[in-house]
Design a protein around this ligand. Sequence first.
Ligand code: NAD
Ligand code: UDP
Length: 328
Amino acid sequence: MKKVLITGAAGFLGSHLCDRFIKEGYHVIGMDNLITGNLSNIEHLFKLKNFEFYHHDVSKFVHVPGELDYILHFASPASPIDYLKIPIQTLKVGSLGTHNLLGLAKAKKARILVASTSEVYGDPTVHPQTEGYWGNVNPIGPRGVYDEAKRFQEAITMAYHRYHGLETRIIRIFNTYGPRMRLNDGRVLPAFIGQALRGEDITVFGDGSQTRSFCYVDDLVEGIYRLLLSDFAEPVNIGNPDEISMLDFAAEIIKLTGTNQKVVFEPLPKDDPKQRQPDISLARKLLGWEPKIDRAEGLKRTYAYFKSLSPDELYKKEHNTFEGYIVK
Ligand code: NAD
Ligand code: UDP
């Protein structure tokens, strides 16, 4: 039985990856310090013999006994609200955490896939974004803690590949959504759906002309699975090219939820990218991958999940506690 270590296992994407690798017959070791994740996302796996969980901060030395075939490094705060509130931990997990996991991969002769992001393109001047575009990132802006950690992550991963001959994979993930996102994580989709469910105004930042392209989680997981098993070491975009402005997206959510909420405009956060759309030609060619679930279907499934949450979850404002810090 192949063994895979998944960091960030209790988070949104990590938990879906645990499910997929269990389904594929792997022995899965989940690792997470629960700073933005929640054990409820993986509690259904604890009864399985081929699932283990380590409560650990990967920015500290990582030890896993025995052999390992694969490592998927997904630990990192991912929503702007999270990484603005915990900037140092965000920088550490992308840099020190990645270094620790590359070292572990080298020691175990394991293949490692690291989760990078469309944020490496910053506020892009090339549209749609191809892997060959080097990006437009403000290193000292508030989002720099995330973007630059991820850019460092890519650089050190390529260095381990070139210098140590490590088998590495880099995925650049574009905005992904689906069940198990935290309703209060500040990302636009849970924010809008949460507001609709609570009967609040829908907060569009700026004039709402900025765009994003949303990928349903099952499509992303399929892309990750294929990339891991491919032999391509350079970064690959995975995302859904179907682009929409945030104002149109607010209208879609109002329609989806059958509510009659008012849209209110709030200031655009600093360095908020104006447009974002993946060029997925490389993934199509290399992996034969493209998204299969359109936004109407993906939103229906995601809304069903959010509607099933308890009122406690719906009104929860506070986040987790981490080593004495209250992460609000
Ligand atoms: P998430 O916040 O739901 O999950 C991240 C998980 O990592 C959480 O469970 C958190 O507790 C854990 N974690 C954070 N720091 C850690 C540390 N030092 N040690 C151990 N665990 C730690 O976020 P997500 O959306 O699931 O994102 C997962 C990964 O995918 C991140 O690396 C993120 O940068 C990347 N990504 C996500 C998206 C997206 O749209 N969801 C887009 C681009 C990139
Ligand atoms: N956004 C918004 N209202 C909200 C939350 C976010 O208009 O309540 C906008 C945000 O300014 C950005 C887009 O939605 O332009 C996507 O934001 P998100 O935080 O989901 O992720 P990003 O792609 O910026 O990392």
